[in-house]
Write a protein that binds this ligand. Structure first.
Ligand code: ZN
Ligand code: ZN
Length: 275
C-alpha cells in the first residue's frame, strides 16, 4: 500500500501546494481522502484520475477539503464510456452536498447531454454517510471510520485503511481525541493535518488565532502518534505554509514528542506503507 500526498497546503492558495487531499493506493485500487484545490492535477501526476478512483472519502465538509469535488464528479462523468457513478463516503451532510453539486452543474450537464450522442446518462454518485465502524470491505482492504473532534464543525470523521498487514490512518482536521486514538493504534502511517501554534499566535489576527482551537499543533499530532505506537507520521495541510528551508523546525517540534519516523509533506510525497 502506498500513500501519495496530493495536496499538502493550507486553505490559502499557494503556488506550490494544492489543497488538502491524500491518495491511498491499495490492492483493490485508489482511494482519495478529501479533495481540496487542484486535486485532479496532482492525481494526474500520480498516474491516477477521476475515472479510476474507487471512492472519494471526506473527513468533513469545510470548503478547503471539498472544493474540487465537483471537478472529480464532472471529470469522471465525461471521461467514462459507460455509467460510472462516483462512490462518495462522508459525514452526515454529504448526500445534500452531492445534491447541491448536481444542481450547480445543471447547465453543464444539459449542454453535454445535448451535444454528445454517445453520452446518454447524467453524472451520478453513490453516497454513503458514515460516522463510525467498517464502511468498506473488499479483498484484503478494510476501511473503518471513526469520530474526530473539529468542533464546532460536526460531525467529522477520520479513516483507517487496512490492506492485509499494512495500515494507514487519515486524521483530517481534529484536536487529539479518543475517536482518533481508536483508529490510530499501531498504524503504519498516520497522515495528520497540523498548525504551527508558535507562528500563528504572535500574529494576533483573530481570524487566524481562531483556527488554533480546532486543529492539532505539531506537538499534538506527534503526541497522538506516540500514544498510539504509530510507525510513520506525515504532517500535512501545513498552516502556515513552511518558509523555504524551515522544514527542520517542523520535524524538530514533532520529534521532541515522537521517536518514530516523521515526514513534512510536500505535494506528491509518496510513501510505501511498512508491513
Ligand atoms: Zn476543517
Ligand atoms: Zn482544513
Amino acid at each position: 500500500m502506498q500513500v501519495i500526498i496530493l495536496g499538502s497546503g493550507s486553505p490559502l492558495p499557494d503556488p506550490h501546494r494544492a489543497g488538502p487531499s491524500t491518495l491511498v493506493r491499495t490492492s483493490v485500487g485508489d482511494f482519495v481522502f478529501d479533495c481540496g484545490r487542484g486535486v485532479l492535477m496532482r492525481a494526474a501526476a500520480a498516474g491516477s484520475g477521476a475515472g479510476a478512483f474507487r471512492a472519494v472519502l471526506l473527513t468533513h465538509l469545510h470548503s478547503d477539503h471539498i472544493t474540487d469535488l465537483n471537478d472529480i464528479y464532472t471529470s469522471r462523468w465525461v471521461t467514462s464510456f459507460q455509467s460510472n457513478p462516483l462512490p462518495v463516503y462522508g459525514p452526515p451532510g454529504t448526500a445534500a452536498l452531492l445534491e447541491a453539486i448536481g444542481t450547480m452543474l445543471e447547465p453543464d450537464i444539459a449542454y453535454r447531454l445535448a451535444h454528445h450522442d454517445d453520452l446518454r446518462w447524467p453524472p451520478s454518485a453513490v453516497v454513503t454517510e458514515v460516522t463510525e465502524g467498517v464502511i468498506f470491505h473488499e479483498g484484503a482492504v478494510r476501511i473503518t471510520a471513526g469520530p474526530t473532534d473539529h468542533a464546532p464543525v460536526r460531525p467529522t470523521v477520520g479513516y483507517r485503511i487496512d490492506d492485509g498487514a499494512q495500515s494507514v490512518v487519515i486524521a483530517g482536521d481534529t484536536v487529539p481525541c479518543a475517536g482518533l486514538n481508536e483508529l490510530a493504534g499501531t498504524a503504519g502511517v498516520l497522515v495528520h493535518t497540523v498548525v504551527r501554534r508558535d507562528l500563528i499566535e504572535p500574529i494576533g489576527l483573530p481570524r487566524l488565532t481562531d483556527v488554533l482551537d480546532y486543529h492539532s499543533s505539531v506537538a499534538d499530532a506527534a503526541q497522538t502518534a506516540a500514544r498510539n505506537d504509530v510507525r510513520t507520521l506525515i504532517l500535512t495541510h501545513l498552516v502556515p505554509t513552511p518558509a523555504p528551508g524551515s522544514e527542520q523546525e517542523w520535524l524538530d517540534q514533532a520529534t521532541a514528542h515522537f521517536s518514530g519516523e516523521v515526514m513534512v509533506a510536500s505535494d506528491l510525497l509518496s510513501v510505501d506503507v511498512p508491513a
